[in-house]
Every structure is written in structure tokens, then in C-alpha cells.
Design a binder for this molecule. Structure first.
Ligand code: PGA
Length: 253
């Protein structure tokens, strides 16, 4: 059975005090209210890993995630963070290929492929994002774009490495805009992605892959999105900054 995952992408938000307060509330509410079948992940800024790592309940029901990492193992790369550093803070997941990284930091599919390799040399798992812009959707290129992102960024992996990958479909036009994909649009793309996985890796890997939806997911629409056959959870931006909203989303299963 596929793992259900609700991951919060905090992006570049919250100072130390606010981050501690949010993480404490997520841990309390998450432990009390969220089904043990749903894995919660908090993808926080790097500087909060130590403090938040110490707040997590035992048993890995709530995991720590990073929003990026370097493609290099170590060395003279000013400002970068290595996968070895992340694992030393008990980080379990790394988001790669978020549209903000692709757009603002010009991260290419080739660069992402090397970051994926770097993460999979450790015990950590990748949350690999894909998704089209509005222009790409309206010009009928959405499937082509998502196919390219997956083929060039991820499909070099061996079948056994795919066990350490989670996918996130995030239509760029829905991120932070308040515009959510309809459940029909989300299901259509998730089914398409699963079909790509089936063609490349076969039935078992395709069936076992968790594919999260991201893009203005909130308590009011999570239930409908999560009811879709191929939607296995969410990657939540804005709504992950309010514990009650994040937990309401996670209890929408
Ligand atoms: P949003 O962001 O929920 O604020 O739209 C989602 C994301 O960027 O992962």
C-alpha cells in the first residue's frame, strides 16, 4: 500500500521563536489527531533543524525535511549545504526540483539529476517536484513538460532506488496563488505520472509510489483532492505555516 504523506514546505519563513512555536504545535496536534497511517514531514529552513529535530516525538511519525541541498559532497561551495550535514541533523527527506528553485535559481533538469544522486547516496529520501506553468498548460504542453522533468531529472535511477523517492505534482500556476487545481485536473495529472512510472519501471514501482499534490492545498479542498485515486497526500506551502490548518489538511484522509 502506498504511504500517505502530508509534508509542509515552510519556504523562507519564520524566525527561531516562531519556528519553535509552530513545530511544537504541529507535534502536539499531529500526535493527538493525525492517523498513524499518515506521515507528517516538516521541511524547515536549514537553521532550524537542530532545535526542531529535538522537538520531534519518538517513532518517526513526524519527520524533518530539507528544502534543497548541494549537488556536491563537500568543499569550497560558499553558502551551500551538503547531504552529509543534513543527515547529521536527522533530516530524512529532501525536496528537489521545486518550481521556485527551477525558476529563481535556474536549476536545470541535469543539475537536479545530480542532486538526486547525491541524496540517494545517503539514507535520505527525495521529494521530487514536477509541474507546468499556466502558459505550458494553456498551450497544451503540460504532459510534455512533466514527462521531460521526470525523464531528465529522475528516470536515470535504477528501479531499486525508486523506493527512496516520493513525487510531488505541483502546477506552478497553483502555487501560492490561491488557485487550486480541481480534483479532476489533479487526478488526471497524477494518473499520467503514474503511467509514466509504469512504462519506465513497471507495475509494482508505479503502484507503490506516493504522488503528492501541491499548490494552494488547504483545509477546505484537501478532502476532495485526497479522495482522488492517484493522490497520496500533499506538499503544503502557505497552509503549513499555521499548525491548525496543516493538521486539518492531514486529518482530511
Ligand atoms: P502553496 O505552496 O501551498 O503555498 O501553494 C505549495 C508549494 O510550493 O509546495
Amino acid at each position: 500500500m502506498r504511504k500517505k504523506i502530508v509534508a509542509g514546505n515552510w519556504k523562507m519563513n519564520l524566525d527561531r521563536a516562531a519556528a519553535i512555536s509552530l513545530a511544537k504545535e504541529v507535534c502536539e496536534l499531529g500526535t493527538a489527531k493525525v492517523s498513524p497511517d499518515v506521515l507528517l514531514i516538516m521541511c524547515t529552513p536549514y537553521v532550524h533543524f537542530e532545535t526542531i529535530g529535538n522537538l520531534l516525538p519518538a517513532g518517526k511519525r513526524i519527520a524533518l525535511g530539507s528544502q534543497d541541498c548541494s549537488q556536491h559532497a563537500s568543499g569550497a561551495y560558499t553558502g551551500e549545504i551538503s547531504t552529509e550535514m543534513l543527515t547529521s541533523y536527522n533530516v530524512d527527506y529532501v525536496i528537489l526540483g521545486h518550481s521556485e528553485r527551477r525558476e529563481y535559481y535556474k536549476e536545470s533538469d541535469a543539475l537536479l539529476a545530480s542532486k538526486v544522486n547525491q541524496v540517494l547516496q545517503t539514507e535520505m529520501k527525495v521529494i521530487f517536484c514536477c509541474g507546468e506553468t499556466l502558459e505550458e498548460r494553456e498551450s497544451g504542453k503540460l504532459e510534455e513538460v512533466v514527462r521531460r522533468q521526470l525523464t531528465d531529472g529522475l528516470f536515470h535511477l535504477l528501479p531499486e532506488q525508486m523506493n527512496d523517492v516520493v513525487l510531488a505534482y505541483e502546477p506552478v500556476w497553483a502555487i501560492g496563488t490561491g488557485k487550486t487545481a480541481s480534483s479532476a485536473q489533479a487526478q488526471e495529472m497524477h494518473a499520467f505520472i503514474r503511467q509514466l512510472l509504469r512504462e519506465k519501471y513497471g507495475e509494482t514501482i508505479a503502484d507503490n509510489m506516493s504522488i503528492l499534490y501541491g499548490g494552494s492545498c488547504k483545509p477546505s479542498n484537501a478532502q476532495e483532492l485526497f479522495a482522488c485515486a492517484d493522490v497520496d497526500g500533499g506538499l503544503i506551502g502557505g497552509a503549513s505555516l499555521k499548525a491548525s490548518d496543516f493538521i486539518a489538511i492531514a486529518t482530511s484522509y
